[in-house]
Write a new protein. Sequence first.
Length: 32
Amino acid sequence: MARRRQIYEGKAKVLFEGPEPGTIVQYFKDDA
């Protein structure tokens, strides 16, 4: 995954800026 600017990090997911303006990429953690 290309490094993007992180917007938010919670317990279950991380949100990054998307490839185009107005989009985001959700990354779901697998900490189970």
